[in-house]
Design a protein around this ligand. Structure first.
Ligand code: SF4
Length: 265
């Protein structure tokens, strides 16, 4: 199995970046045994640095993985503050969404927040204003946070993708490959203690799983990536609650659990 993976890695640097940054879309992962650690050193002559890929597959409720931000060093990686990172990436053109966006949506809030809220991608209003979670869904998020004694100013709010997918379609794997490292850098700079992932897509991306939301919600995960160590909870996206008010009750249960975990810290 590992031989197969090595062959793929040797065969394609693009694949390598893809598998390394987004193992949830690594087709081979499905066929690998669970709870198995894979260490691969590949193609050092073709890269800027030796690559050591460590993937520890999802084990119980813990996700651990080691990675760097792609194989080529880029200036934004050296950013030392959230503001500097924003300045370094706001004109990003790494994926086709750069052509269709009105505004890049970096995220807003406290750059030293203990809590970070992560959604999927900007919608129409967010794209127009350049801010995450505005409009009706944004107001509902504000109300949810308030109900558990957080203000928007206390937390940091952002998305997996920084630009709006046309017609609000789901983000594509190749968009995530390019954009998720920015989120990881945000997490590294902000150093949150807790992550609230809202919506199926944010949960699946951060947890590297294809589980439906019903299976992800209602429990606290350990999120470890490099230096980042935080507790993570997945719940419904506020936009989904506007469509289906029946999900408000489970969301309330989730966020109460989130607050309880926060208070423990
Ligand atoms: S979605 Fe992310 S990777 Fe794509 S252009 Fe926007 S910032 Fe860059």
């Amino acid at each position: 199995m590992i031989k197969d993976l090595n062959e793929l890695i040797e065969g394609s640097i693009e694949y390598l970046k893809f598998a390394k940054n987004y193992p949830a879309y690594n087709v081979l992962k499905e066929s690998l045994p669970e709870e198995k650690e894979i260490n691969i050193t590949a193609a050092p002559d073709r890269l800027d640095e030796d690559l050591n890929l460590n993937i520890t597959l999802v084990k119980d409720k813990t996700v651990e993985r080691d990675f760097t931000y792609g194989l080529l060093k880029e200036d934004w990686m050296k950013s030392e503050s959230v503001e500097e990172l924003n300045n370094n990436i706001h004109d990003c053109k790494k994926c086709p969404l750069a052509k269709t966006r009105t505004n890049f949506v970096f995220g807003t809030g406290n750059p030293n927040a203990d809590v970070i809220v992560v959604g999927e991608a900007p919608g129409a209003e967010e794209d127009k204003q350049g801010k995450p979670f505005v409009g009706r869904a944004g107001q509902l998020l504000t109300d949810i946070l308030k109900a558990i004694n957080f203000s928007r100013e206390d937390v940091f709010i952002c998305n997996i993708l920084k630009c709006r997918p046309p017609e609000n379609r789901n983000p594509l794997p190749e968009e995530i490959v390019h954009c998720e490292p920015y989120l990881i850098k945000q997490l590294e700079l902000i150093k949150p203690k807790m992550i609230l992932a809202v919506g199926t897509f944010a949960g699946q991306t951060l947890l590297r799983t294809k589980d439906p939301l019903g299976k992800m919600r209602g429990k606290i995960f350990d999120f470890h990536a490099g230096e980042i160590k935080a507790k993570l909870l997945v719940t419904y996206h506020p936009a989904a609650l506007l469509r289906n008010p029946n999900w408000k009750k489970p969301t309330w249960e989730d966020v109460k659990l989130f607050r309880k975990e926060y208070d423990k810290k």
